[in-house]
Design a protein around this ligand. Structure first.
Ligand code: F6P
Length: 358
């Protein structure tokens, strides 16, 4: 039997996951290894093991598909993070069950493609005797340990496309259009998407905004002859002295969403202008990955196989200085990369007359 490695995708899906899977398979086959794809995140590791063999034929043509062909979940028995940063411990018997399934299937190491929560689980599996390699994934692009994650560029492209569409209707009706986008703690999607789509104002969690300043800005635009305005709001944006708009689900999970409507309502009342809100939601997470995400996903998948071959267990693939490298997973978890209000990107946005409402 050929040496076997496993791979699973965990947490929210994002464009580029299938490129990672294809990269893993092609790099593994080159080494004469077989790849076992566990279904629906870590849950596929539970007895009797829910998996499919991933080979060249099964992964042919999947790179351009969004989502993940092996499924994913952000729920279940392996959750290591709940709510806002709270940690949970994966039960020892669950880790033992996973270890024995992997042993029975003769899978010698596991590639875990996921975000911060999944990497926290990976650390616990590694401590429980399962050799793991992490591949970072989040459309939010907010992991400190890697300069970029695949999925982000596709999300930004979706925001820019939405703004292009909103622009024509906003100008026709001389309205304010508010676009709510993802980004609970970090405003990267709003910032990059807003710049690319020609937004007039961008509200992000890192820069608390002031309704009066935002209103004055829109009124000044109006006085200068700009009768419509486009405002991008990250779901985690917060008004000065205000609260983030989120609610806790019965399972204890914090779900964001709703700030766009609040901002639209306030702006309508304060400016007297017709204002509409559009929530982009999961449209920015689905669909075909951009070329950049296909390439990054492929590079990450290939690197993960190399890391197994070199025995760098407990490491996570990381993109730094245009190179795909690796860092200890332990150093990567729980460290968010946020937009710095004094960064060049924010300054550039201000230079093209974008307001942050501050
Ligand atoms: O972390 C990725 C992300 O897309 C966030 O930006 C968003 O708040 C969240 O996932 C949505 O999660 P779900 O698909 O569970 O609603």
């Amino acid at each position: 039997m050929k040496p076997r490695i496993g791979v699973l995708t965990s947490g929210g899906d994002c464009p580029g996951l299938n490129a990672v899977l294809r990269g893993v398979v092609l790099a593994a086959e080159k080494l004469g290894w077989e790849v076992v794809g566990f279904k629906d995140g870590f849950e596929g590791l539970l007895p009797p093991g829910h998996y499919m063999i991933l080979d060249r034929a099964r992964t042919d043509g999947i790179m351009s598909l969004g989502g993940t062909i092996i499924g994913t979940t952000n729920k279940g028995h392996f959750i290591a993070k709940i709510g806002a940063g709270q940690r949970a411990v994966v039960a020892a018997e669950v880790i033992e069950q996973a270890r024995s399934v992997l042993a029975q299937l003769q899978v010698k190491a596991l590639i875990i493609v996921g975000g911060d929560g999944s990497m926290t689980t990976a650390l616990q599996l590694q401590a429980g005797g399962i050799d793991c390699i992490g591949v970072p994934k989040t459309i939010d692009n907010d992991l400190e340990a890697t300069a970029m994650t695949f999925g982000f560029d596709s999300a930004v492209a979706a925001v820019a496309d939405a703004l292009d569409r909103l622009h024509t209707t906003a100008t026709s009706h001389k309205r304010i259009m508010v676009l709510e986008v993802m980004g609970r703690h970090a405003g990267w999607i709003a910032l990059h998407g807003g710049i690319a789509g020609g937004a007039d104002a961008i509200l992000i969690p890192e820069i608390p905004f002031d309704y009066e300043k935002l209103t004055d800005f829109i009124k000044r635009r109006e006085a200068a002859g700009n009768l419509s305005s486009m405002v991008v709001v990250a779901e985690g944006a917060t008004p000065k002295d205000g609260q983030q708009v989120l609610h806790q689900t019965e399972a204890g999970e914090y779900r964001f969403g709703g700030i766009g409507d609040v901002v639209a309502h306030e702006l309508a009342a304060r400016t007297g202008k017709e204002t509409r809100c559009c929530v982009l939601g999961h449209l920015q997470r689905g669909g075909a990955p951009t070329t950049l995400d296909r390439i990054l996903g492929t590079r990450f998948g290939v690197k993960a196989v190399q890391l197994i071959n070199e025995g760098h267990f407990g490491s996570m693939v990381s993109y730094q200085n245009y190179q795909v490298q690796h860092v200890p997973i332990a150093d990567a978890v729980n460290r968010l990369r946020l937009v710095q209000p004094s960064s060049q990107m924010v300054e550039t946005a201000r230079d093209v007359e974008i307001s942050f409402g501050d």
